[in-house]
Write a protein that binds this ligand. Structure first.
Ligand SMILES: [Cu+2]
Length: 159
C-alpha cells in the first residue's frame, strides 16, 4: 500500500501511452483501408437476398468421383482474391466440414479449397466412394468469411 501513490501515476502514464499508440495505429490502418473501403467487406451488412448455391447438385444426390461442381452467388459479385471491395468475394469449397463463422479467415488445406481466381466450377479430385458433405462458402478478398448466410451445404454420395 505504501507504494500505491507511486504506482498510480506510472499506471496512468502507461494507459495514456498505450491509448496513443492504439490511436496512431488505427489511424494509420484507416488511412490505408480508406483507399478502397472504410470497413472490411466481411463486416458489412449483407443484402437480405444474398446467398450462394450449387447450381448442378442437390442435397441427397449421387455423383461421380470426378464430378464437376458448378456454383454461383446471388446478390454478391465474384472478384479475384486480394481486392477488398464490399459486396464482392470468392467461393470456397469445404469437404466434410461446415460453414466458417463470419469474419473468420477460411483455412487453406485439403478440406478447404479456395477459388481465389474467381472460379465458379471445380472438378472433384477423384473422391473415394462414400458419403460426403460439400459446403460452399463465400468470403471477401482477404478470405474473411461472410458467414452462414453466404454458405450452403449438401450431402452427397460419391459412387
Ligand atoms: Cu479464399
Amino acid at each position: 500500500m505504501k507504494h500505491f501513490h507511486l504506482l498510480l501515476p506510472i499506471a496512468l502514464a502507461l494507459v495514456i501511452s498505450s491509448c496513443k499508440t492504439t490511436d496512431s495505429v488505427s489511424q494509420h490502418q484507416d488511412a490505408q483501408v480508406d483507399l478502397v473501403q472504410p470497413v472490411l467487406p466481411s463486416e458489412q451488412k449483407l443484402p437480405k437476398k444474398a446467398k450462394v448455391r450449387f447450381t448442378n447438385v442437390k442435397n441427397g444426390q449421387t455423383i461421380k468421383p470426378n464430378f464437376k461442381l458448378k456454383f454461383e452467388s446471388i446478390g454478391m459479385t465474384v472478384n479475384p482474391a486480394g481486392l477488398l471491395v464490399s459486396g464482392t468475394g470468392h467461393h470456397h469449397l469445404i469437404i466434410n466440414g461446415s460453414f466458417v463463422e463470419r469474419g473468420v479467415i477460411v483455412p487453406a488445406d485439403e478440406q478447404h479449397i479456395h477459388f481465389g481466381k474467381g472460379q465458379t466450377e471445380y472438378v472433384l479430385n477423384n473422391l473415394k466412394p462414400g458419403k460426403y458433405t460439400l459446403t460452399l462458402q463465400f468470403a471477401d478478398g482477404a478470405h474473411a468469411s461472410y458467414g452462414e448466410q453466404l454458405s450452403t451445404t449438401v450431402n452427397v454420395t460419391v459412387r
